[in-house]
Write a protein that binds this ligand. Structure first.
Ligand code: OSB
Ligand code: MG
Length: 369
């Protein structure tokens, strides 16, 4: 499809409640919304880089820079056939996966709208609703955490993930396990430990957790292999898996037993599907991670999570868990069986609420050939 223009929207949206992880606290979540135009069609994408370089080295400002100064000149006026063609065109940009993935998402939306096909159909999704859970941030105290978890369980979420950090790990997880002995429970450290300090996590091995997510550094697949050998509980990698190659390294090194797939982190939906395919061939379960997406990215995550290898519940919660007002007209809701329905309309299957987008936009720029 010939790309006529790209509009970038630097967006900041208030979360319904602050989200705290080992790397920081977010009250207003930033992202870059990308509108790609071709002929009379507009495709939307969401670049999930946030304000601070806490989860990834990328930020909303580095993504803006990469998109405007490097990606757009490679793409504008060009006939981009599909996601593989897109990846080749941006291959000269080293790293900056979150930025690339935002544009790839907009391209998929365009292709789907052109062909009258949903993203789920185009990616090869096999389900029309996907199992989901909720990711609960660090709270004031273990008591407050138990209360927050109880609220989400009452809303119908059948899988809970809690964030941990040094000093707030075994105590928090034990409190939740004691209060709710039977629930599906997992923890996420967001790289807060080293092989040495992770020794403190040993008691987690007796809490019947589904998995321990990303205990060590992003660039530390090797030490994760050493740590996995010491734990019965599966280690799941998030930050470490930035490409299909990294997924292969982790599998070959036995650094994890499960992988969290985020299209942003691996540089696009096409790369996410490649990680999925590799894991499936190797017998590793995967699940879809989340980045507090708006309705745009949430629609994309739901389509991705409909692929057959996504056998564990994803971090894809209902819209109301994140935003009182979203930038899509659709609001995603939780079904009775702790699933969310995958959009079935062309492309992402969502309609952007332009007034809401405008309200949350800090800065906007249109790039043409
Ligand atoms: O590590 O999974 C993570 C949010 C922002 C950055 C990193 C992570 C998260 C979450 C939230 O855990 C998942 C969601 O979108 O609900
Ligand atoms: Mg994570």
């Amino acid at each position: 499809m010939k790309l006529d223009s790209l509009t970038l929207f630097h967006v900041s949206m208030p979360l319904v409640s602050p989200f705290e992880t080992s790397f920081g606290r977010t009250t207003d979540r930033e992202c870059i919304v990308i509108a790609a135009r071709s002929g009379g069609l507009t495709g939307y994408g969401e670049c999930v880089a946030d304000r601070d370089p806490g989860y990834s080295y990328e930020t909303s400002h580095t993504a803006w820079h990469i998109l405007k100064d490097f990606a757009a000149p490679l793409l504008l006026g060009q006939d981009v056939a599909d996601a593989a063609d897109f990846q080749q065109r941006v291959a000269s940009i080293r790293g900056h996966n979150l930025a690339k993935a935002g544009v790839e998402m907009a391209l998929w939306d365009l292709l789907g709208k052109r062909d009258g096909k949903s993203l789920r159909e185009m990616l090869g999704g096999s389900r029309d609703r996907v199992p989901v859970g909720v990711s609960v941030g660090l709270q004031e105290s273990p008591e407050a955490l138990v209360q927050a978890v109880g609220k989400y369980l009452a809303e119908g979420y059948a899988r809970i993930k809690i964030k941990i950090k040094p000093g707030r790990d075994v105590g928090d997880a034990s409190a939740v396990r004691k209060a709710f002995p039977k629930i599906k429970l997992q923890v996420d450290a967001n790289s807060a430990y080293t092989l040495e300090t992770a020794a403190a996590l040993r008691p987690l091995d007796d809490l019947d957790l589904l998995l321990i997510e990303q205990p060590l550094n992003e660039d530390d697949i090797w030490d994760h292999a050493k740590l996995q050998a010491q734990f019965r509980t599966p280690i799941c990698l998030d930050e470490s898996i930035v490409s299909p190659r990294h997924a292969r390294y982790a599998i070959e090194m036995k650094a994890c037993q499960i992988i969290n797939i985020k299209a942003g982190r691996v540089g696009g939906l096409s790369q996410a599907v490649a990680v999925h395919d590799l894991c499936r061939a190797s017998g590793l379960p995967v699940w879809c991670g989340g980045m507090l997406e708006t309705g745009i990215g949430r629609a994309s995550n739901l389509a991705l999570a409909s692929l057959p290898g996504f056998t564990l519940p994803g971090d894809i919660s209902a819209s109301e868990r994140y935003y009182a007002r979203d930038i899509t007209r659709e609001r995603f809701t939780l079904n009775d069986d702790s699933t969310i329905t995958v959009p079935s309309g062309p492309g992402l299957g969502i309609c952007v609420d332009e007034a809401a987008l405008k309200e949350f936009t800090l800065n906007e720029m249109t790039l043409c050939e």
